[in-house]
Design a protein around this ligand. Sequence first.
Ligand SMILES: C[S@@+](CC[C@H](N)C(=O)[O-])C[C@H]1O[C@@H](n2cnc3c(N)ncnc32)[C@H](O)[C@@H]1O
Length: 226
Amino acid sequence: MTMFGEREAQILSTWHKNVDCWTEAVRQQQIESRRLVTDEAVVAAVLSCQPQTVLDLGCGEGWLTRSLTRQGLSVLGVDGVEGLVAQAEALDGGEFLAMDYEAIVAGGLQRRFDVVVCNFSLFGEASVAQLLGAVPGLLNPGGSLVIQTLHPKSACGDGTYEDGWREGSWDGFSEAFVDPAPWYFRTVESWVLLLRRSGFGKVEQQVPRYPLDGAAASLILMASAA
Ligand SMILES: C[S@@+](CC[C@H](N)C(=O)[O-])C[C@H]1O[C@@H](n2cnc3c(N)ncnc32)[C@H](O)[C@@H]1O
């Protein structure tokens, strides 16, 4: 168990168990929302900040790090799952490091970047709050944090629209995925408040939408240090 508690530890242990199927799902473009909308949206959001250096936090098998590296940026991808980092290192493009959020909060990453990006990589309660509190210390002056997450209004489903732990599910993914972890639901308002408490001033919201029906595919939050 980590200092963040059992549910938080379950999040990381789930990713350890699903390295191969996750890598396959991303590299074979099995996730429709990514293929149609969210991959392009997060790349555009990062590039709109005109950074030279980027930290891809919770980089997984590394697609975003590679994509931004191909655009000429200097990108470090960091993930807490060694197996995913090994998958990332097996392909060309970018620099990778195995380190979990707890270690980052403890000051394990002594570098600064123009942009820190978290693409669908923030699932916990205290772990995320503490990580975001540490992000201003990872940013160069004038730097930005870019978060892409499930849109709270659609991710809420039939549940009440209020913060709280939700049961995990691999619905929509292949049967190879095991042990879905619980995740902490945050409303849009709660994300914004958390960012302000973490030392960010301006918080901009974008809602990438499906081209056909205009439904929200995700929420992107772009925050600059106060
Ligand atoms: C849904 S995947 C997204 C991966 C990648 N950002 C992408 O867009 O494909 C979530 C990632 O967050 C990472 N992650 C979750 N909790 C973490 C933690 N506490 N420390 C480090 N990485 C973590 C997982 O290992 C996993 O790679």
